[in-house]
Design a protein around this ligand. Structure first.
Ligand SMILES: *Cc1c(COP(=O)(O)O)cnc(C)c1O
Length: 222
């Protein structure tokens, strides 16, 4: 068994039913993804527009591509045709751009609202209040995006309680949206949180999708 197959098998067996594994394949060559594909993996996540497009053009058509990086509005046109889900909606401007481009090509794109709760990890993401406001006041105007959940990262620290508190915040924003704006939307169901080092805490705190790179493909070479 190859190392990738072995890692995937191990991770899958550790995830409870109902938690989807997104394989974060950024910076890894198409051959590594093909190996994971051969082992049954269908959900892959990338963080750079050009890399996602190049890999989508090379690899099988039934892969579900997720975008997880900061997406500049001038890259929206290139990724929209290839993505199943843009997990990193971090501004109203980006959400509107994805909607407009999806309308232009006759598609509906699923998106997650990216929440900023971590102390330092990234400057991107919406505050809980911004996410609530966007969901209540902007999303209803848009016909070509469907908000299917939230995505977030915990602080990049060793303090397990801090990490747990961040995941709880993400989950609580999801629950608030689910009980208000999206109360009648069954498709609003994804809580994307948890990476290689903190996935077990994320799952304990209510993740429905973990994004794992290093533990599947090894260290990235930038
Ligand atoms: C790179 C990345 C991951 C995966 O991180 P690993 O530590 O390699 O598992 C998950 N989420 C986002 C947003 C990332 O950019």
């Amino acid at each position: 068994m190859s190392r990738i197959t072995e890692a995937l098998t191990l991770i899958r067996s550790s995830l409870p039913e109902g938690v989807t594994l997104a394989a974060v394949s950024k910076f890894h060559p198409a051959e590594a993804l093909a190996e994971a594909y051969a082992c049954g993996q269908r959900v892959f996540a990338e963080s750079r527009a050009a890399e996602l497009v190049a890999k989508a053009q090379q690899l099988p058509r039934d892969i579900e591509w997720h975008f997880i990086g900061h997406l500049q509005t001038n890259k929206v046109r290139s990724v929209v045709p290839y993505v199943a889900v843009i997990q990193s909606i971090d501004s109203e401007r980006l959400l509107r751009a994805v909607d407009a481009e999806s309308a232009r090509i006759g598609k509906r794109t699923d998106v997650l609202l990216q929440l900023h709760v971590a102390r330092e990890e990234t400057k991107f993401g919406l505050t809980p209040e911004e996410a609530m406001d966007l969901a209540a006041n902007v999303v209803p105007q848009l016909d070509n995006v469907r908000v299917t959940g939230v995505m977030g990262m915990a602080s990049n620290v060793d303090d397990e309680e801090r990490i747990r508190a961040d995941f709880r915040t993400i989950r609580s924003v999801f629950d608030r949206l689910k009980s208000t704006v999206f109360a009648s939307a069954d498709s609003f169901s994804t809580v994307s949180m948890g990476m290689s080092h903190d996935r077990s805490i994320a799952v304990e705190e209510g993740s429905t999708m973990v994004r794992i790179g290093t533990d599947i493909f090894g260290e990235r070479e930038y």
